[in-house]
Design a protein around this ligand. Sequence first.
Ligand SMILES: [Ca+2]
Ligand SMILES: [Ca+2]
Length: 376
Amino acid sequence: MEYSVNDTNGILPRTRIPLWLNREGLRLEAYNEVIMQGMPTPHAEGCCSASKGAFTRSAGYSESTPGDNLLELGLKPSHDNKNLPVAPGPNTQHNDILLPGGEFLMGDGFNEGYASDGETPVHPVRLGAFRIDATAVTNEMFAGFIKDTGYRTEAEQYGSSAVFHLLAKAPKDHIIGAAAGAPWWLNVKGADWAHPAGRSSDWKEIPDHPVVHVTHHDALAYCAWAGRRLPTEAEWEFAARGGLHDKRYAWGDDLTPDGQHRCNIWQGKFPTSNSQDDGYVGTAPVRSFPANGYGLYEMAGNVWEWCADWFLPKYYRNSPKDNPQGPSIGAGRVMRGGSYLCHDSYCNRYRVAARTSNTPDSSSGNCGFRTVALTS
Ligand SMILES: [Ca+2]
Ligand SMILES: [Ca+2]
């Protein structure tokens, strides 16, 4: 069934629109005018993901509580995902790695982060042992969850999700808007985990790529089903550092040691020209790049990864030393590692200390997650 932009009002009442959309109306013209005539200067926010009021909200918005879908599954949405009921799926295979824990220095020791991200002060953190996935959760893994539960992701409920403009595979009239201030993000009807680039794409074409278009709520639902949890931000950074101390990246201080790409980010001129020197303009299959010292793949780049914590830029100023769990409140949930859209010129968040966030009901084509075992 085809829809035109004018039909949108007839479609949206049975969908939900993420909270980060606002009411300024559809902006298809933004796509036509800005994409075709040249992009505005990228800034440090819009490259990470489409959120924070990025898209426009259309008429027909229906208020409903994020997490409804969890309740339908019998899974209670929670600010503490460790409290979610354990309901292991029958075929979940998580190839995880036991990390010893211990004390490390968390935060940016190079003063290279964006001040608004709050990567400093560097502070000592002590963790117990934990088991973390070697890779991000893949499309095939997530499909097992969907098949077993019938869960509908929030992007499926909303009816659309954010796709980077060079990647969209959808009828033109599925492009229902572009993000204000970051028009390289298109709001694509029919984009969801199973259709990562839009309706004309299918996860089965890329089963070993990380799942994307999953909200924080969706990630928690998966974890509850799999009998696992999201890593805390501190666990994520400990894992990303791979046993190295005071290093910029998961493998050392040089972005491309010996001229070799160690992660999937952006080469070229963002957001219009990607030379794909690292081999990929969008997501890469997991295990495409060398593992870090702990045997963990793509901690940098490829897709952002949700963490359990709420995000507050000032959190490091007085966070506890032992096993910090994040602040009790925040505007969004922490995301770590950067994505295929990162480039040093505007978003160097593929460093191990880099952090950003998104609202827990936001989804995009460059954010997924990996999980941690409930017991080590
Ligand atoms: Ca790339
Ligand atoms: Ca990653």
